[in-house]
Design a protein around this ligand. Structure first.
Ligand code: LLP
Length: 415
């Protein structure tokens, strides 16, 4: 798998990244698998063996990344049939897969039933009835958990906040007991758990604590109703330090849940995405144009909002560093932009850079929701993806070609 070898004595990532740029061009996402191992182990050690990490595939669904997580023993949190397909291709154990999401199609539910996944995280009465009906048809029993909306404010960007009453996610607390009772009556369902997910990029543990309190109150109420659950799934959401923010450790985060859930004899499940993979990724790009206009400098890169949508969509700030430069001048403030025809295609605002055309830049912490949210907007081929393990790298996904971009359209254009 790791075809190209780099000097194993060297700790210098710059040289390795330059080799990658030389071998695979720009723009290229690079994922350091050892960083994922480190993050995974930090969770695993804090959690203990009986508990389960279900990596949120949506953050980065590259097959080499998934295969690496399989090798670490990870389970998976999926939100589509496509994600289940990827997990199975990567050799993942369906018995460690939980299926989240507010809208699962019949086809996706049948696929998951056939694969015998660990659990469906159910978000409505309608979905509960549908899973029961399809399980009867397929001759299977579906393990289910109800995703509760605990109505807590995650204090994060509104687009990635999910645990408030007004959000589309989860079942309101007041309806939960009734739905658990209904689940007990419907055919071919086995009630095994409860779950919640309050949002993403949380930098404070308070909201997780509030969510746990509410989930535990529900577990308690269910016990008086004679319903005994096996697991509590607290979702994902722990943030990372994009710009040197202070963040609670993974151990502190797990510390909130572990003891109290163990005291009930239940299994703790978490669904981290970003906190496992964001820091492993950087995006190599090349400066293709420097444009000075009316006292303002725009550095135009060959990377754009189609490669990393996060700055345009959330105003996210990813650190930028210079990987290779011929420039001998002092850094000057500039906006780093892409070639896409939208003003939103600004990758970083007012950052000091000393670069010339042809120089190489690195955008940091793009291992989560980077390539995963990339698109062909402006008919731009999607970037290559490379993985590093130790001091070796290999191509995980080749850069898209023009042929790839028209492959799904009418054949008469393809002659
Ligand atoms: N579980 C469920 C049910 C989720 O909806 C999510 C993320 C996760 C787990 C993983 O959350 P994490 O640990 O990664 O925070 N595109 C956005 C993030 C969207 C998160 C959506 N749900 C971004 O780039 O910031």
């Amino acid at each position: 798998m790791f075809a190209v070898k780099y000097n194993p004595e060297s700790q210098d990532r710059t040289a390795l990244l330059l080799d990658i740029a030389k071998a695979h061009g720009s723009p290229t996402f690079v994922y350091d698998l050892d960083v994922i191992s480190r993050n995974y182990r930090a969770y695993a050690e804090a959690m203990g063996e009986q508990h389960l990490i279900c990596y949120a595939v949506k953050a980065n669904a590259n097959l080499d990344v998934l295969r690496h997580l399989v090798s670490l023993g990870s389970g998976f949190d999926i939100v589509s049939g496509g994600e289940l397909m990827r997990v199975l291709r990567a050799g993942g154990d369906a018995g460690k897969v939980v299926f989240s999401g507010v809208g699962k199609t019949d086809q996706e539910i049948r696929f998951a039933l056939g694969a015998r996944i660990k659990c469906f995280n159910v978000e409505s009465e309608s979905e509960l009835r549908r899973i029961s009906m399809l399980a009867v048809e397929e001759g299977r029993v579906a393990n289910i958990s109800l995703r509760i909306n605990p109505d807590v404010d995650a204090g994060t960007h509104p687009y990635i906040s999910t645990g408030l009453k007004e959000n589309k996610f989860g079942i309101p607390m007041e309806e939960a007991r009734g739905l658990y009772a209904l689940a007990g009556e419907l055919h071919n369902l086995k009630v095994v758990g409860v779950d919640c997910h309050i949002g993403s990029q949380l930098t404070d543990l308070g909201p997780f604590n509030d969510a746990l309190e509410r989930v535990l109150a529900l577990v308690d109420a269910l016990q008086t109703d004679g319903i005994k659950l096996q697991h509590i799934d607290m979702g994902g959401g722990l943030g990372i330090a994009y710009n040197a923010e202070r963040l609670p450790s993974k151990a502190a985060y797990i510390g909130i849940f572990r003891e109290r859930i163990e005291a009930l004899g239940m299994q703790l499940i978490i669904e981290p995405g970003r906190s496992l993979v964001a820091e492993c990724g950087s995006l190599i790009s090349e400066v293709i144009c420097i444009k000075d206009t009316q006292g303002k400098r725009f550095v135009v890169a060959d990377t754009a909002m189609n490669d990393n949508l996060r700055p345009a969509l959330y105003g996210a700030e990813h650190r930028i560093s210079v990987l290779q430069s011929q420039c001998r001048e002092q850094p000057q403030l500039c906006d780093l932009v892409g070639p896409v025809c939208e003003t939103a295609d600004t990758l970083a605002k007012k950052i000091p850079l000393a670069v010339e055309e042809g120089d190489l830049l690195l955008m940091h912490d793009v291992g989560a929701y980077g390539f995963a949210m990339s698109s062909n907007y402006n008919a731009r081929p999607r970037a290559a993806e490379v993985v590093i393990k130790g001091d070796e790298f290999s191509l995980a996904r080749r850069r898209e070609t023009f042929a790839d971009m028209v492959a799904c359209e009418n054949m008469y254009w393809n002659q």
